[in-house]
Write a protein that binds this ligand. Structure first.
Ligand code: SF4
Length: 694
């Protein structure tokens, strides 16, 4: 042991939790990590970190780690430990058998936003070139796929417009459906710093998130809307902008498709979109909507930050377009301090989308049917490729239940816990004949698997993550992979075993290939990343050092396009049987399905998921704080302890989803976004009853 706990060496890497993408220095004695210290030079965090990145890395060495490959013939059989060669050969033989028997389209893959860009790129390459199908999807399907669609339609690029530093030049900050102090804590602190300097805050959220009223920070307006009415609210804001002469006519005429603007202006000017007409739908007082719209349009630089409270709805894509419309109409795009900024959930959501793990897009968001792109990838990969879009995750489940989808390779994603309507998901998994799970732990999905390939944590591999501000940062190997191989090496072995050769010696070679084939990554290499610390794409001849602010002189698609955003009420209605609306979110100390944070001391702060319920709703049902309550929806039921909280509005209840036993997704439904199938996690009609204690 070195005196005073001093490290022998430091390795700079990137946090594996949220989309802020903090740069951290892993401090080691020998092979043992003793501390994780935020990097003063980190482009995204500048010396800060939160309780997850700083303290919750011990899961990487947790006793639950599986370090030996395993196979079994049936999910009812016990696992049999085998060698890597046996496991890979078995998986490859099974995929070949299934394709021979049921057809090429009977297999597919799911990538994870926890994995590196290079790993994600390899899985989609294996699927397209090795399996010969486009059935590859990412867990971003269930979080930010509407961002990709909505921003592409309006601005021309499936990504946020600003760097995080930009918030320090904002005069007005509109936070919609995001809870940055819990979900993106380091950015949340930066945002609070700007608010303390005098920027004004508008929050649109069904719940009193911390930003609404914390010491030294108080929102100028809290638009406490009913879950599921985002689009009605954004149309009401737009109505005020248009009807009160708040449009930036100069910006619109120079930068946008004027015809699309005229149609949009006529659409939102209709009295049915006024704050007064929409108040009965949203529940937000009309006067407050008018004041908020005036502040956003007239208050100086106005920036929008949004999260899953925007995307995880049946109208997620519509809402993203509504937000982009609002920013374009008021000229709040194309300079520091403004913009449209999705707060990505996981560390590499942006990257997993960039890397082509969508069934309809090659890396760089180019459609598989685009002939030039198709020819480029066929030539580079030396094989015929399908130009038909493949199956999305929910389509894979449906196809499995219909008998046509039989084999799945899942890297780093616990679909049995994280996807909605658990009963539907598990039935689909049970219907498949070969599921290959590559993960750190025997997660919920592994219960349905036939091959288990041990995964590697972020400490055990080289690669890159891309954060919410398009910042590509290095992940550097800190210790040897516990199971002997990094994830990218395992995918490569599987590709070779199915007959598609891959011979990368290091992830830097994978990045070099990505850069050759993807215009927005053209100037990215490990050497440049080492030199600059990090790079925000696009990085190419026009932007050799990357691009902190996008759409400066023109939009990626040329002119900005306004889209009509008709509000359509969700199918998920309350009635006498299901009179309350359940919505969900994250908490600071835990992270998503909790596979990592539940295996750290962070559990002291959040040992279970609770149901937040307004005291009036609790009183109606005879529920006291701490009581066990049964939550019943049209999809299923689960039991949680109740926490009485006036953060909720009457009629709305709330829970987190970090513990498998809480079964949050047992009750969520299969409703999804009309454009992308992103599930409607944020709105579930439920009944709550006190569980009588024996
Ligand atoms: Fe930074 Fe997010 Fe990691 Fe916290 S969880 S240290 S905010 S990247």
């Amino acid at each position: 042991v070195i005196a005073n706990g001093q490290p022998q060496r430091r390795v700079t890497t990137t946090c594996a939790y949220c989309g802020v993408g903090c740069s951290l220095n892993a401090e080691l004695q020998g092979e043992k990590v003793i501390r994780m210290v935020p990097d003063l030079d980190g482009g995204a965090n500048r010396g800060h970190a939160c309780v997850k990145g700083r303290f919750a890395w011990g899961y990487a060495s947790h006793a639950d780690r599986i370090t030996t490959p395993m196979i079994r013939n049936s999910i009812r059989d016990p696992w049999q430990p085998v060698s890597w060669d046996q496991a890979i050969d078995h998986a490859a033989a099974e995929f070949k058998r299934l394709q021979a028997r049921y057809g090429a389209e009977s297999v597919g893959s799911i990538t994870s936003s926890r994995c590196t860009n290079e790993e994600t790129y390899l899985v989609q390459k294996l699927t397209r070139a090795g399996f010969g199908v486009n059935n590859v999807d990412t867990c971003a399907r269930v979080c930010h796929s509407p961002t990709g669609y909505g921003l592409k339609q309006t601005l021309g690029e499936s990504a946020g417009t600003q760097d995080f530093d930009s918030v320090m030049q904002a005069d007005v900050i509109l936070v919609i459906g995001a809870n940055p102090t819990d979900g993106h804590p380091v950015f949340g602190s930066r945002l609070k710093q700007r608010l303390r300097q005098g920027a004004r805050l508008i929050v649109a959220d069904p719940r009193d998130i911390d930003l609404v009223d914390t010491p030294h920070v108080r929102a100028a307006h809290h638009l406490k809307l009913r879950p599921g009415t985002n689009v009605a609210l954004v149309n009401a804001l737009a109505h005020v902008v248009v009807s009160e002469g708040l449009v930036d006519e100069d910006f619109v005429s120079r930068r946008c498709e004027v015809d699309s603007f005229r149609k949009w202006r006529t659409f939102v000017a209709d009295p049915r979109h006024s704050p007064e007409a929409t108040e009965p739908v949203t529940g937000v007082p009309a006067g407050r909507v008018r004041e908020a719209a005036r502040l956003y349009a007239r208050g100086g630089n106005a920036a929008i930050y949004y999260g899953l409270g925007v995307t995880e709805h049946s109208q997620g894509s519509t809402m993203v377009m509504g937000i982009a419309n609002l920013a374009m109409a008021t000229g709040n795009i194309g300079r520091p301090g403004v913009g449209v900024n999705p707060l990505r959930g996981q560390n590499n959501v942006q990257g997993s989308c960039d890397m082509g793990s969508f069934p309809h897009e090659f890396p760089g968001y180019r459609h598989v049917s685009d002939q030039a792109t198709h020819a480029l990838f066929e030539a580079a990969w030396g094989t015929k490729l399908s130009d038909e879009p493949g199956l999305r995750i929910p389509n894979m489940f449906d196809a499995a239940l219909a008998g046509g989808f039989k084999g799945l390779y899942v890297q780093g994603e616990d679909i049995a816990q994280s996807d909605p309507n658990t009963q539907h998901v598990t039935a689909a998994l049970e219907a498949m004949e070969c599921i290959v799970v590559q993960d750190l732990f025997l997660n919920e999905t592994a219960k349905f698997a036939h091959v288990f390939l041990p995964g590697s944590s972020f400490l055990e591999k080289d690669g890159t993550f891309t954060n919410a501000e398009r910042r590509i940062s290095r992940v550097r190997r800190v210790m040897r992979p516990l199971a002997g191989y990094a994830d990218w090496e395992v995918t490569q072995m599987l590709a070779n075993a199915v007959g598609y050769p891959m011979q990368y010696g290091h992830p830097s070679e994978i990045m070099d290939e990505i850069a050759r084939l993807t215009p927005s990554f053209q100037g990215v290499s490990y050497a440049r990343l080492d030199e600059l610390g990090s790079i925000q794409w696009p990085c190419n001849a026009d932007h050799p050092d990357g691009t902190p602010t996008m759409h400066v002189a023109s939009f990626s698609r040329g002119k900005g396009r306004f889209m009509l955003t008709e509000y359509v009420a969700t199918e998920e209605r309350v009635n006498r049987r299901y009179p309350l609306l359940l919505t969900t979110g994250r908490i600071l100390s835990q992270y998503n399905v909790g596979a990592q944070t539940r295996r750290t001391a962070n559990t002291v702060w959040h040992p279970e998921d609770l149901l937040e319920i307004h005291p009036a709703d609790a009183e109606d049902r005879g529920i006291r704080d701490g009581d066990k309550v049964n939550i019943v929806s049209r999809a299923g039921e689960t039991v949680l302890h109740a926490r009485l909280s006036e953060r909720m509005q009457p009629g709305v209840v709330y829970t987190t989803f970090h513990w498998p036993a809480s079964g949050a997704n047992v009750v969520t439904t299969e409703n999804s976004d009309w454009a992308t199938n992103c599930p409607e996690y944020k709105v579930t009609a439920v009944q709550i009853q006190r569980v009588e204690q024996p």
